[in-house]
Design a protein around this ligand. Structure first.
Ligand SMILES: Cn1cc(Nc2nc(NC3CCCCC3)c3c(C#N)c[nH]c3n2)cn1
Length: 279
């Protein structure tokens, strides 16, 4: 069995969980047979800006450990000129795979996971971090609760076609907020201007929509250009089939408002009746 050594501690690789571009995530065991996830990043091809973005993500992840259990645990990390190893808590499954495998979500699971996701994103927002690319693959299930595994700071290196990050949803448009598509202020090639926290609310709304209706709001539009147009087109109504949980319906309609100024805020979502009582 292959092993990885981080800060002098040896880990046995059980399997590769995902790989994309120059990063890989492994499931490993330590000498006490404790399970961990190790994220490996090869820095050989990375330019200074990429290295900086990775270091920035690690500093924030390390700092935010203290503020919420819904942020994945980072136990240790090792950064050299040629690689990064991050020793983290291992989830049972990522939310994207979990959602794909089981179309129906119980009202209890959905409400609990929603609470977890809101807490995680509220934590990064209160530290000035806007993810701006939230999707189910950014969350993992750990013993029944949902945790955020990345903050969208490190450039998700565009994987070369051969090694698309397994079920990583890199590049999906389904969760993209209208203002990010219309955002004319960021010139092509410059980093996405992270306009404001409301973009993350839209993406979270798309995840909750998927947990409610089994699909994302614009999933039926397969042509990517047509999908982008539908997302920004206020005359393209988003369907909200009637459901028994009226509070949930209100949350969905309040998150999926195209005008970010009229969209509900994360703070208001945390105080919303949908979260006040168990289903
Ligand atoms: C499919 N699957 C996922 C797990 N658990 C898991 N996946 C992680 N990343 C996955 C990489 C591929 C895309 C989906 C996320 C991380 C992680 C980071 N980064 C830190 N802890 C983790 N735990 C078990 N099965």
């Amino acid at each position: 069995n292959d092993t990885i050594t981080i800060k002098g501690k040896r880990f046995i690789i059980l399997k590769m969980i995902g790989c994309g571009g120059s990063s890989k995530v492994y499931q490993v065991l330590d000498h006490k047979n404790q399970l961990f996830a190790v994220k490996y990043v090869n820095l050989e091809e990375a330019d200074a800006q990429m290295v900086e973005s990775y270091k920035n993500e690690i500093q924030h992840l390390n700092h935010l450990q203290l503020y919420s259990d819904q942020i994945i645990k980072l136990y240790d990390y090792e950064i050299t000129n040629s690689y990064i190893y991050m020793l983290m808590e291992c989830g049972n499954l990522d939310l994207n795979t979990w959602l794909r495998n089981r179309k129906t979500v119980t009202p209890l699971d959905r409400k609990f996971y929603w609470k977890n996701m809101l807490e995680a994103v509220h934590t990064i927002h209160s530290h000035g971090i806007i993810h701006s690319d939230l999707k189910p693959a950014n969350f993992v299930l750990v013993n029944g609760s949902v945790k955020l595994i990345d903050f969208g700071i490190a450039n998700t290196i565009q994987p070369d076609v051969t090694s698309i990050m397994k079920n990583s949803q890199v590049g999906t448009l389904s969760y993209m907020p209208p203002e990010a598509i219309k955002d004319t202020s960021s010139q092509p090639g410059q980093s996405r201007s992270k306009i404001c926290t409301k973009g993350d609310v839209w993406s979270l709304g798309c995840i909750l929509y998927c947990m409610t209706y089994g699909k994302t709001p614009f999933q039926s539009i397969t042509n990517q250009i047509a999908k982008l147009h539908a997302i920004i087109d206020t005359s393209h109504p988003i369907e909200f089939p009637d459901i028994s949980e009226k509070d949930l319906l209100d949350v969905l309609k309040s998150c999926l408002v195209r005008n970010p100024r009229e969209r509900i805020s994360l703070k208001e979502l945390l105080d919303h009746p949908y979260l006040q009582h168990s289903p």
